[in-house]
Design a binder for this molecule. Sequence first.
Ligand SMILES: *Cc1c(COP(=O)(O)O)cnc(C)c1O
Length: 379
Amino acid sequence: MKFNTKTIHGGQQHDPAYGSVMPPIYQTSTYAQSTPGGHKGYEYSRTHNPTRSALENALASIENGSHGLAFGSGLAAIDAVLKLLEPGDEVVSTNDLYGGSYRLFTSIYKNFGIKFHFIGMENAEKIEDYINENTKLIWVETPTNPVMNIIDIKTTANIAKRKNVLLAVDNTFATPYLQQPLDLGADIVMHSATKYIGGHSDLVMGALVVKDQDLAKRLYFIQNASGAVCGPQDSFLALRGIKTLHIRMQRHCENGKAVAEYLANHPKIEKVYWPGFESHPNHNIAKSQMNDFGGMVSFVTKGNNYNEAIKIVENMKIFTLAESLGGVESLAGHPASMTHASIPKEEREKTGVVDALIRLSVGIEDEADLIADLKQAIG
Ligand SMILES: *Cc1c(COP(=O)(O)O)cnc(C)c1O
């Protein structure tokens, strides 16, 4: 089955009770048993819920995995992966990681005796230098947030295999429409399904997909034992989101390209971050591992003036100033005062998060309206 068909049918069956085409929202915590243990595969909704199962099967299908797991948030999904580890284990990760992942690693798991190495991964070969006999996990995000660094998944996967280390890829920005990390050799794919998977800014959810039976078993155990699952209503919404993922992503990519090119030619703009430009340092890797370049675009205005950047995001009318990304509507964010405000200025500037950096999640509105909005806001 091709991807555009998988989003609609992959892992799905009509509901066995009445043939409903969409799975019902099984809003129940428990299931009747005819005799102790005499149930139809469902006992308690932390462990399993049919609506969540339908979503988990769809997730496995679109990521070319064998098992999907849905969680109450992206961070809950990451948390489940880290629970595979033990005190003394080490993790190698990127130095421009999503802020919430960084906080989880350094403010929670560090206290449990896990050691993290945050390194530049633009040259994936370098990752090997940080792997020792305690290393159990490589955690990669590509493209990264908000400066769109690209990490070579295949090269990283080869190192992980050689060293017998798990490779997890946060695929939130790219989605399986653009990149399928399991096919490139990763062991675990993670999503903040809050973003493109849900796609309508109406839920918070996380997901994991794996292809190894034993790893799936260990993660299902953690999912049930720790209990950070999502509810049936949200499962239904995410499943509905997946059905249009391919057409939404196609438009996100078209509009993203138009916006990136408009900004690159704007006299007031100093720099535009978008992996589709040939000048992007890892453009060739992006071209080889992604089907297109996505709808996330960041830019810096000339002079790098903090107040001017604030003015621009305030002036926008179609782009809404808000955290998050990946919904049908265009959003703008100012990382220095929003997502990255807690990071000291010198620290954040090292990873490109300067005062005038603005991040856009380009939505699926009409391209001309989006360009006109940027034009009036930037002046
Ligand atoms: C939002 C996000 C997360 C965290 O997901 P939540 O659903 O907010 O918990 C993790 N990684 C990336 C890249 C994200 O954008």
